[in-house]
Design a protein around this ligand. Structure first.
Ligand code: MN
Length: 213
């Protein structure tokens, strides 16, 4: 009985919810505090709980970082592959997303130079990113990714992550309704516009430089 309880406790602790680097109201008025709190403590936590449950019977896969799991989904046992794809992706995506958010950071740094070269300026980049985010049908994410050919904007459905396609995320935007519905309801384009006020370009540059190594 005790061993069983310990086992359940250990299984539940494989992954844990990362703290935010800022209070829930730090992104007001662009992203409201209530959305941030529910998104972090409920939605992100649920992905973690379901990922931990899926991995409970697979100790060989509990040692990997979640990004390693979703980078090599083919290596994950078929019985839990969909759960790892969805809930591991959910954990990876949200863990990546939170540190990207900060008010009052100017567009600049290494990634700004690269964006200007690749897209012909900030505005054409913003337009492409915003259009793809607005047109993405259903739930998913919009990303700025790096691969061998440079930077590009891609979208993924559900909680899929570009790592599963051999691309490294540099910037990402959650366009699931749970990310914006309380404040913006059906106005996803307004949420996308607001997002451009809370991008931590210093962190995006760090991601870009790490992706090139
Ligand atoms: Mn989300």
């Amino acid at each position: 009985m005790l061993a069983g309880l310990l086992y359940i406790w250990e299984a539940k602790m494989i992954y844990t919810l990362p703290d935010l680097e800022y209070p829930y109201d730090a992104l007001e008025p662009y992203i409201d505090a209530q959305t941030m709190e529910i998104h972090h403590t409920k939605h992100h936590q649920t992905y973690i709980d379901k990922l931990n449950t899926a991995l409970g019977d697979y100790p060989d896969f509990q040692v990997h970082l979640v990004n390693q799991l979703i980078s090599k989904l083919d290596a994950v046992p078929e019985a839990i592959r969909t759960a790892v794809r969805n809930h591991g992706g959910g954990h990876a995506n949200h863990s990546f997303f939170w540190p990207l958010l900060k008010k009052d950071v100017d567009f600049g740094g290494a990634v700004a130079d690269a964006i200007e070269k690749q897209f012909g300026g900030f505005e054409p980049f913003k337009q492409e990113f915003s259009n793809k985010a607005a047109l993405l049908f259903g739930s998913g994410w919009t990303w700025l990714v790096a691969d061998d050919s440079g930077l590009s904007v891609v979208t993924t459905a559900n909680q899929d992550n570009p790592l599963s396609q051999g691309k490294t995320p540099v910037l990402g935007l959650d366009v699931w309704e749970h990310a914006y519905y309380l404040k913006y309801q059906n106005r996803r384009p307004d949420y996308i516009e607001a997002f451009f006020n809370v991008i931590n370009w210093e962190r995006v540059s760090e991601n870009y430089l790490a992706a090139r190594i």
